[in-house]
Structures are given as structure tokens and as C-alpha cells.
Design a protein around this ligand. Sequence first.
Ligand code: ADP
Ligand code: MG
Length: 462
Amino acid sequence: MNTNLTEIQEVWKKALPIISKSVSQIFYDVFIASLEPISISDNKLILIAPYESCKKSINKSYKPIIEKAVMQFNPYIEGIQIITTSDVDSFVDAPKSIIAEETTALEEEKTTVSKDYYTQFEESYSFDNFVIGGSNKAAFVAAKTVAENPGIQHNPLFIYGGVGLGKTHIMHAIGNYIKSNSKKKKIIYMTSENFTNDYIDSIKNNNSNDMNRQFRNKYRNLDVLMIDDIQFISGKPSTQEALFHLFNELYQAKKQIVFTSDCHPKKIDNIDQRLTSRFQSGLTVDISSPDLETRIAILRKKAYNKKFEVSNQVLNYIAECINTNIRELEGALSKVIYYCNLNGVKADNLDVVNNALKDDIDNISGPITMNFIVKCVSDYFNIDQKDLIGKKKTKNIAEARQIAIYLISDLISVPLVSIGDFMGGRDHSTIIHARDKISDLISTDLKYSNYIKDLTEIIKKK
Ligand code: ADP
Ligand code: MG
């Protein structure tokens, strides 16, 4: 009997919808859809399963159903035989031409695959260099767990959040960690665009619309697959289909999968619902915008890594001004350092920041900042801003300073230490004293309660 590969695939394609009616959706998605017909031998259709347990599960319960379905479409087929890729070499009964074709392809893949697994991870994107705060703690802990024991817990891990908040950093940290602890692990990090391109190339090169052998073998042999910015798979049904099958294979084989996205899986448009549900079947965690304290800690770490001395007051000020995302925060720090190097000055006063970040600061219209409160208080009492946060102890200046401290602690949530740093490097006990003193005065002295009422109104108009 002379049956070529295209005819065999045709038979299989026709049989699939019939099989799908007789098995559960999940069994179909996970096992049946991963089978690939390769030849007919001894009147049996030979199907390759991606791994041993898949072969066993099908043989155990569903072989007769599959046999019945395929027999309808080719009179020469009397049964099926399921093998795995490792059986191909010893599979001597199959028509030589087809098996030869397949095995040569497999050999070629074996040599090309290995270099595909060497994703270069950005060394500085490590867990050690990741500053933990309330906004990213859940993602950090989950990522660390995954890196320590890939495929055991949290599979898939789905991390989502806005731009510049550390998603890519975390993925590289997982990669760096796994690589340094176990050199043998096959691990790929890629953007979803790269994944799409890879898939499209594989179709072009093989003239087939099916998820072809080379593509599948490259990915299904992985220990860890990480796809960054998966939201870009939106509106690409064939890539989604390929990812869906790959996901099932890796998941069944307990291989770790990590995705990031700029939004929750449910919010990704134009995507197959089966994928949306797969994305959410493990752990879904978000990264949100860091609070002031975390932003300050990140800046401190970045300044330290750059070996550039930046005063606490300056770090506080930059962190206050730039509250969009961490990438911009880093950019602002770089600008300040560049400005200081260019002008041969130290990063130890607010003028330096104001000059270096002139364009950035002018455009800020966000939440109330310490800097804004100090500006309002100094305008209100007609006192120079520098004096307000400086050392002068003149009564009116000292009093305005205490009022500013009270308003900061009342209107925005900032740690006392950060207020102290911002107000000219004062101790946190000084901050507590100022805050409590004004708080007492408000309830006993109308003059003070009016100051606070006026100023609060002015500040809140921002
Ligand atoms: P995303 O992928 O979410 O857009 P990135 O991972 O590219 O964001 O992060 C942008 C920049 O911010 C990177 O340089 C990264 O190192 C830094 N970054 C983000 N989060 C943190 C953090 N928690 N600690 C230290 N650096 C961070
Ligand atoms: Mg990113």
C-alpha cells in the first residue's frame, strides 16, 4: 500500500472531530490534540505521542474510539499504534521513506535545538537587585518559588501590571536563578512577538498549517518556558492555537510556564477563551505602582549600584516627583547623575534635582507631594523654601516648618523617616514632636486651626 504523509494527515484531520465527540474536552485538548500521525504500517495508523504518559492514557481508555474513527476514512487502516519520539528509531515496520524523512528531521532538530535554549539573561536583573515593596511582594515571592522548584507550584505563573513596573526584570531573575543553580535546565525566555515570529517561520518553512514537528520539538523539550508581554498574542488565532497545544503538553509534563502581560488575562482582547482559562489555571499575581517608600528604596539601590553618592533628601525628592513607574524613576536618577558629573557638583541639594529634571518636574500633576506642601507653606508665610527646610531657628521659620511637617503627616502617607530626610535631614523624633505640637495647638488656639484650614484648602486644590 502506498500512502503518503499528506494523505495520512488528511485521514487524521477528518477523524479528529469524530473523536472529539466521544471524549471529554480536557482529554481531547491535552492528549488527543497532541498526537501526530506519521505513517501506516501493517495496516495500522502510527501516531506519535509527545510523551509516555500520554501514550499510556490513550491506550488505556480511548484506543477503540480512535480506531473506529480513523477506519471510516481509509479502508486499509485496521487499527492504530501509538508510539513516542524515542520509539521512532526502533520502529522498523514503517515505510522506510516516511520514517527516514521524520528521523532526519528529528536529528536536525536535536542539533539545532540545543542552541535555542541559551537565552541570554540580563545579569543585573536578578532577585538580589529587585527591591521588594507592598506593590510587588506577591509577584516576587511567587517568582522565587518558581525559580527554586520549577514546575512544582504555581504553574503557570501569570504576572501582570503596567509598564516599567518590573515584569521583565522578574522573568530574567527567574532565568538567572535557574541557570546558576542547574545548568542542565532547558529554559527559554522570549517576547510574545518572538514566539509568533518563530511559529510563522516554522509554517513558512514547512508548507503546513499544523503546528509542525520542528517547532513543537523545540518547545516541548523545555523545562521552563517564559513568554513576556503575552497580551500581544491578541488577534493571532493560529499562534494562539499553537500556544494552546504547547501549553497543554508542557503542563502535562509538569514543565514550568511563566507569562507576563500588561493586564489581567481576562482583559486580553481577541483571545481564545481556552487560553484565557489556561492562563488563570495556576497563580495570577499583579504588580502595581510602588509607594513612595519603595520608590526611595529602589533609587537608593540603583544609586548604590552606580556607585554614585546621592543624599537622602535628593533620593526622597526624586521619588516624590516621579511617581509614574520605575523605568522613569531610573531615568530621572540617571539624569541627575549626568547633570552632577557634567557640572562637577554633588547630588546633595534640591536645586540640583530641579535643574536636572526641569522638564520632568514641570509636567507633574499627580498626587500631593512633600515638595508641594513645603512650597504652599513657604508661599503662605512668605518664607524662603530653603529656609523652611534649613537649619534656621527663628521663631516664625521654626513654626512654619512645624506646620509643614504636620500637614505632610496629615495629608499624605509618608514614613516619618522620609519626612525627616526631606525636611533637611531631621531625626524622626523631631518630626513626631513637631506633628504633636501643632496637633495640640489646633485644638487650643484658633489662630493655628485657621492656618491649617487655609493651607489644607490650598493644598487640596492641586
Ligand atoms: P516591565 O517589564 O514591567 O515594563 P521592567 O522589568 O522592564 O518593567 O522594569 C523597568 C526598569 O525598572 C528595569 O530597569 C528594572 O530593573 C527596574 N525595576 C523594576 N522593578 C524594580 C524593583 N522592584 N527593584 C529594582 N528595580 C526594578
Ligand atoms: Mg517588560
